[in-house]
Design a protein around this ligand. Structure first.
Ligand code: SAH
Length: 464
């Protein structure tokens, strides 16, 4: 099986530095299931191509798959030697591991930039046909050509095989391209040929960093990558939702998936959280609301569309998130009256700020767990002591529920500084309420586990 990677970035031979493979040499890398060879069919300043050729040793493959006993002949006689598959994804990750990390000691600025790339995989199994290839690679900025390969070129009447010739053309950072292939080759193939450990979800999220959370087909990708292990897929999707859609793509609602709808498509935890907080604000008859740590503005979007709020504000420390929020709310297109209802500004919740005062209600949705514990007291003073809204709604993960996410070893999000049990949250909230003259009540959000509670917990603080 073969994969070629071409760039016309000038000088094109920089590709050798980026991949850490010299264009003048042919290099072999032993894999547990065969041998990977890297060589350069062309290497000029204008155009440079690296080829990864993987030769499968069916006997070694059968032995290395020792945990799934299958003594059929198909283990030895199959398409594995020429059709690209998850094995190519594994070899690619191994052979180009440094390039995949985005590091390049000699050409870091090129490694950091999107460069013109063309990737060709002459024979790729493609479940769902060429249209699946388009749905999976186009949202990542690739121009896709997926041509069905004839079953037998001498007998065109036999029709197409289940393979396509895939060509991806685009301007993409090399590390992103390699990580995308690593995840998406097994997704196209939909049969992983190696044992999946419990850290598969972590691996998926690591390789998916920066592109998977906002991919409209992330559900299909996670399901196929994790080999239809539904508990793992649920964990991955929850964690992707926690990572948030901090991207432009996320501005448009994801297309409904046609390919294989899960039997029960449950409302995402994100959506349930938004619903719960919004309905509480409405029940409290709040007129002015400030979203503290609003991020890229998903919840602000809901607030702005609720007519009972006469004034809506969002504050975040991240200017990039605020830019995305402004575009999501189409602030520049709102009429004057609507625009005067909404106010976005940059600020830190750990410093007193007059702009945070004067609201009926404030929302701290999935924010406190991002604050370093030594700075949490400052946030408490700023919000409950100085700004003093009539109500404060705080949501945060319930760490007890994490046991329901198969394969989750650490916290739900790499930036979380802590995750609290229900008891820890309630004692924190009880203390804050007592110190600052509020009363706190608690609610769970999401599916209820009889022992572990709900995935999200909420405290509603009302000023005495
Ligand atoms: N409330 C949003 C975003 C949660 S992510 C939602 O529910 O989707 C946490 C957000 O808090 C991030 O956008 C981060 O930039 C912001 N944040 C973290 N520390 C902050 C601080 N000290 N001041 C203001 N914003 C902060």
């Amino acid at each position: 099986m073969l994969l070629t990677l071409t760039t016309t970035h000038q000088p094109a031979t920089d590709l050798g530095y980026l991949l850490y493979k010299h264009p003048d040499r042919v290099q072999e890398f032993k894999q547990s299931f065969g041998t990977a060879t890297v060589f350069y069919p062309e290497a000029t300043d204008e155009r440079c191509t690296a080829a990864l050729l993987l030769e499968i040793d069916p006997v070694r493959l059968a032995r290395s798959a020792g945990r799934t006993p299958d003594f059929s002949l198909s283990q030895y006689v199959n398409d594995r030697s020429y059709a690209a598959s998850s094995l190519l994804g594994v070899a690619l990750a191994d052979v180009f591991s440094t390039a995949r990390s985005g590091r390049c000691d000699t050409r870091q600025e090129v490694a950091d930039s999107a460069i013109p790339l063309e990737i060709v995989i002459p024979v790729l199994p493609c479940r769902g046909g060429p249209k699946t290839a388009h749905r999976i690679f186009e949202p990542l900025g690739w121009q896709v050509s997926a041509t069905p390969v004839a079953l037998d070129e001498h007998f065109p009447e036999w029709g197409a095989s289940r393979y396509v010739r895939l060509t991806l053309t685009g301007t993409v950072r090399l590390a992103d391209a390699l990580n995308q292939l690593h995840v998406l080759l097994p997704v196209m193939d939909e049969s992983k040929h190696y044992w999946q450990g419990t850290d598969e979800v972590d691996k998926l999220l690591r390789s998916g960093e920066g592109w998977l959370a906002s991919h409209p087909e992330r559900e299909l990708i996670a399901r196929r990558y994790l080999g239809r292990r539904s508990a793992l897929t649920r964990t991955a999707l929850t964690r992707l939702a926690e990572l948030g859609d901090d991207s432009e793509d996320a501005l448009e609602p994801a297309e409904e998936e046609e390919i294989a709808q899960p039997a029960e498509r449950r409302e995402s935890l994100n959506a349930q959280r938004h619903e719960a907080v919004l309905s509480t604000l409405v029940d409290l008859r709040a007129k002015s609301v400030i979203d503290l740590g609003c991020g890229p503005g998903q919840f602000l979007h809901r607030l702005v569309h609720e007519p009972s709020f006469t004034r809506v504000a969002g504050v975040d420390v991240s200017s990039r998130s605020l830019e995305i929020a402004a575009r999501r709310l189409r602030l520049d297109q709102l009429g004057e009256r609507q625009a005067s209802r909404v106010h976005l500004f940059q600020g830190a919740l750990t410093y007193e700020d007059a702009r945070l005062s004067g609201f009926d209600a404030a929302v701290l949705m999935e924010v406190v767990e991002h604050i370093d514990p030594p700075r949490l007291a400052a946030l408490e003073r700023v919000v409950f002591g100085a700004a003093r809204p009539g109500a404060v709604l705080v949501t945060t993960p319930n760490v007890e529920y994490n046991a329901n996410y198969e394969g989750l070893t650490g916290m739900r999000h790499p930036d979380h500084r802590f995750e609290w049990s229900r008891q820890e949250f309630e004692s924190w909230a009880g203390r804050v309420a007592a110190v600052h003259g509020y009363t706190a009540q608690f609610r769970g959000i999401g599916d209820v586990d009889p022992e572990r509670g709900t995935p999200t917990q909420m405290a509603v603080f009302l000023r005495d």
